[in-house]
Ligand binder design. Structure first.
Ligand SMILES: CC(C)(COP(=O)(O)OP(=O)(O)OC[C@H]1O[C@@H](n2cnc3c(N)ncnc32)[C@H](O)[C@@H]1OP(=O)(O)O)[C@@H](O)C(=O)NCCC(=O)NCCS
Length: 303
């Protein structure tokens, strides 16, 4: 895939975001990195950068990577090395040109988060309007397209959004396999106990949302709601919960869900606690929730 455009067209940010959303298995060749950082080279007829970039793209494609080549990549200097992999590659190729007028390029240049030391005069001298490659199905994306629209267009039209990688990461690598296992283990979870001791109620134990799933997004509420749905199917009328007396997030969640704190032996920060509730020395506040036969389960809980 080529993502090209003049200075200020947003090609670098766009290419990085496309690659980020795709994930591992997609290489990103940035012209500025290859030419300025790796080679530390100016342009010119016998520059090494075009051949280096073309060869790198071909090698990456041969190893199963998707490859994005991003940069100004003037047709005059890079046309041949970009068209060659497109012609030779057995898989699909996609070419995008982010088209911005000179006036818009200047406006964006002045608003850059990371300014670059190029004057407007220098930009005018270098500006080339609509410097497309002239290959079939080249997409010209107009300056009216927002960043979000541009990224979505590229992911959709290239098919990258639904394409599987064929690279060591993330398909065959041991670290990626471990990460997948950790992610699975980080799933939010809760258990509900329903037995003959209390056929009318369910004890909800260990509601837990891993920090990786970003707390404070109503996940605990959704878990409680799903337990409530199951409890209603069992014909139960009540859920009940405990937690450690100082567990502020747990207590806050229970309050937010509208659970009733049962009055008992003593209070901690306004919360009623039952002494020896879960065995000697294991004092716990107890909360309960009545289950209506129909309708929403708890204030704030997702259904
Ligand atoms: C307690 C826990 C399950 C809450 O999970 P969560 O998905 O972040 O909770 P929710 O997003 O559903 O929170 C619902 C409400 O509870 C309150 N709340 C939750 N965590 C809170 C916190 N740390 N501080 C203050 N209020 C909190 C808020 O009112 C919140 O609504 P809001 O974000 O709209 O203000 C989570 O913090 C956790 O897994 N903790 C570790 C395990 C644990 O101690 N479990 C409880 C004992 S079994």
């Amino acid at each position: 895939m080529n993502i090209r455009g003049d200075s200020g067209s947003g090609k670098t940010t766009t290419a990085r975001e496309v690659r980020r959303r795709y994930g591992r298995g997609c290489a990103l060749i940035e012209l500025d990195q290859f030419r300025r950082v790796v080679l530390r080279e100016h342009g010119g007829l016998d520059a090494v950068a075009p051949g280096f970039i073309g060869m790198s793209a071909r090698y990456l494609l041969s190893t199963g990577y998707h490859a994005i080549v991003e940069g100004i990549l003037r047709t005059r200097s890079y046309g041949t090395v970009l068209r060659q992999p497109i012609a030779e590659h057995p898989g699909p190729s996609h070419v995008y040109y982010l088209d911005v007028s000179f006036e818009e390029a200047i406006r964006r240049h002045h608003n850059r988060a990371e300014p670059i030391p190029v004057s407007a005069e220098e930009m005018r001298g270098r500006y080339v309007a609509l410097d497309t490659l002239g290959v079939p199905a080249e997409h010209v994306i107009p300056e009216t397209s927002t960043f979000e629209q541009t990224v979505a267009t590229i992911l959709d039209t290239s098919g990258l959004a639904g394409m599987a990688p064929a690279t060591p990461c993330p398909t065959r690598c041991a670290r990626c396999a471990q990460k997948r296992t950790e992610d699975r283990n980080a799933m939010p979870a809760t258990t509900g106990r329903h037995d003959e001791d209390g056929p009318d109620d369910v004890y909800v134990q260990d509601v837990a949302v891993h920090p990786a799933h970003r707390r404070r997004r109503s996940v605990a509420g959704a878990l409680v709601s799903s337990v409530a749905t199951q409890a209603r199917l069992w014909g139960c009328h009540r859920l009940w919960f405990t937690c450690a007396p100082g567990n502020t997030p747990a207590i806050a969640t229970r309050r937010r869900l509208g659970l009733r704190n049962l009055p008992r032996n003593y209070t901690v920060d306004g919360i009623q606690v039952i002494a020896d509730c879960k065995g000697p020395g294991r004092d716990r506040p107890v909360f309960e929730l009545d289950l209506p036969a129909t309708g929403p389960v708890a204030e704030g809980a997702h259904t």
